[in-house]
Ligand binder design. Sequence first.
Ligand SMILES: *Cc1c(COP(=O)(O)O)cnc(C)c1O
Length: 408
Amino acid sequence: MTQQVGNPEATELVTLDGSAGAVLVDLDAGPGTPSVRVTKPLSGVPFVDLRSVHGAIRGDIDAAIAGVLDRGDFILGQAVEEFEAAFAAYCGAAYAVGVDSGFSGLELMIRALGIGAGDEVITAANTFVATVGAIEAAGARPILVDIDPATFNLDAAQVGAAVTPATAAILPVHLYGQPADMDPINEVARRHGLAVLEDAAQAHGARYNGARTGSLGHAAAFSFYPAKNLGALGDGGMVTTSDPEVAERLRLLRNLGTTRKYHHDVRGFNHRLDTLHAAVLRVKLASLDEANESRRRAASLYRDLLPAGVMAPIEAPWAEHVYHLYVTRIGDRDDAIRYLAERNISAMIHYPIPVHLQPAYADLGYGLGDFPVAEEIAGQILSLPMYPGIPVVAVAQVVEAIEGFLRG
Ligand SMILES: *Cc1c(COP(=O)(O)O)cnc(C)c1O
């Protein structure tokens, strides 16, 4: 990717984009702080652009959709079973059960473990609101725990102190695409006889000490929201597990408790994964690793180029991070977003207000100061454009703009 320019300035300037010669990095700016100059800027940089992902496999997607239309098996059809088998194998789990969203996956996973009213489920204070909503939808009580400031994930060292006689499960979130530190979490769970349930909605394909998310606890829930690392053309989700009884209960719960048509031994819901989505997801699963690799390359380019005034995400030694989001820390975060927006660069915040400070969750009983790390980073985090196939010039343009912002 790095290429010397064959001219007298060759010792100072390096082009990062051989095709366009559009990005120049001044190596004289000092180690770790290259000064980036984009000579042929794009008109703007979107936060996410999925066209390159879908464009490359458009023919296969069209054929998958046509196959479902031809068979007409729109509900729990052939493609659902095929995709479930492929996804389970991909994660290293014995079973996968398709559902209609990540939220449903979390809720049904908790219910399938027999967890509900009177039970407490421990999760991370900085998670997306859906994690907490799903715990409550299952009838259980969410208990929040602060995060590790280095990885932005559940602080395993604080989990033990949150365990009470009512605790039934620990639900770590692999936030932004980086697996939580599972060994100590599993150890606390083993000591207290708790279930460990993964929220893997942002971490399809990520690895913890070599093992994929979806295989790191008793069960895991994934989201196929379009912008997730593996996204449907609408809503979808999946629960993986290696426990055959949990898998069986999940199949009943997602489909009205149906054992045989019109025979219902348990009460269930309608949370099935559509055949059409499963067919498309099966096609997209084949290129998930490639897409994640592309995200990781973009992350490493950001890391190399970003100036010292921005804190790049820290990859934990156990993690193969898949960068669902590229989340940095910066002072004057809100001014930085405005500065980038004025230059047609879209940056976002994940998430600006921790769940316990959201009006909707005031009755959880927490207040300002309860989770100092989650609260502090909420005011500093900045998610930069990140998607598979993001052009080198786009990354450089973001870095150039941030350098401009920091210069003031
Ligand atoms: C996206 C997401 C969910 C919810 O998934 P949906 O498919 O949108 O219902 C849950 N948890 C986390 C961490 C997420 O990012």
